[in-house]
Design a protein around this ligand. Structure first.
Ligand SMILES: [Zn+2]
Ligand SMILES: [Zn+2]
Ligand SMILES: [Zn+2]
Length: 279
């Protein structure tokens, strides 16, 4: 399985849209890996995890044929993860010669409502069947059109919404992809063990940089370190599991290179826009 981290920033981007802080000014100056767009992962060109407004930029930057993707897994309805307006253009006369005629969007009931609201005015009836929206619940398991086995898991993020993150399995390899989530209760890890999940790659929310945030709706690297211990205790991971940090905010006050320097001692790979990892 080949995972490309197309975007690795928290909601405001890095540099942030309206910000003139030192981190953002330095990032603008430096360019390259210091520039982070909103979070999105592409798996084997088939499956997108989250759909931010920067999807268009990701297509441009990586020269992607996004019409190859047949599945989108949306974690929650926050605007940096869920920009369904773009789906109204998924077909003629807006897109010609598409590789896959259909893309199925999965998400919780709040995402489904957001999808309906955002597409109601402009989604042509002849395009609608090519972008079906399917509602999923925590711990639901399903297979995508191209045969990826997905488990939806409950994130700790927004009250009143069943925020999700996903485990994706294909050809015997499994990636666990947190986007926005705080630390998880033991019951969630116990349930993952009951389901027999074992991860070859885990990517963590790292909004707070190299910090321990504790209870809350995002993590820092030291929270991720604790979550990794919980997974090790339940044999959800193994000696060769890869650990990635993503979804960084400028408020963590660290550049990409500074984060890399710190996190190498913790066995974390610091994601950057365009980074590809294979498992
Ligand atoms: Zn986010
Ligand atoms: Zn800033
Ligand atoms: Zn969020």
């Amino acid at each position: 399985m080949k995972l490309t981290f197309l975007g690795t920033a928290a909601a405001e981007g890095l540099p942030a849209v309206w910000c003139n802080c030192a981190v953002c000014r330095k990032a603008k100056e430096a360019g390259g890996k210091e520039i982070r767009t909103r979070s999105q992962i592409l798996i084997d060109y088939k499956l997108l995890v989250d759909f931010p407004m920067d999807t268009y930029m990701h297509m441009l930057g990586d020269k992607l044929d996004l019409s190859k993707a047949d599945t989108v897994l949306i974690t929650h309805a926050h605007m940096d993860h869920c920009y369904p307006q773009e789906f109204v253009l998924h077909g003629e006369p807006f897109a010609h010669g598409m590789t896959e005629p259909k893309i199925t969007v999965y998400g919780n009931s709040t995402v489904a409502e957001t999808f309906a609201k955002a597409t109601r005015a402009e989604l042509k009836p002849e395009i609608a069947p090519s972008v079906p929206m399917k509602t999923v619940k925590p711990f639901e398991q399903f297979k995508t059109a191209s045969g990826y086995n997905v488990t939806a898991l409950p994130a700790v993020h927004t009250k009143g919404e069943d925020c999700l993150f996903y485990a994706v399995e294909h050809c015997g390899k499994t990636a666990l992809l947190f986007n926005d989530s705080g630390i998880l209760p033991d019951v969630t890890y116990n349930k993952m063990a009951e389901l027999g999940l074992k991860f070859d790659l885990v990517s963590f929310d790292c909004t707070y940089g190299h910090a321990k945030h504790g209870e809350g709706r995002h993590m820092g690297a030291l929270d991720a370190d604790g979550e990794r211990d919980k997974m090790k205790a339940r044999e959800l991971v193994h000696g060769g599991t890869k650990y990635v940090l993503t979804h960084f905010s400028h408020n963590c006050n660290l550049s990409h290179s500074e984060l890399c320097e710190i996190e190498k001692d913790y066995g974390f790979t610091v994601a950057y826009d365009g980074m590809t990892v294979e498992i």
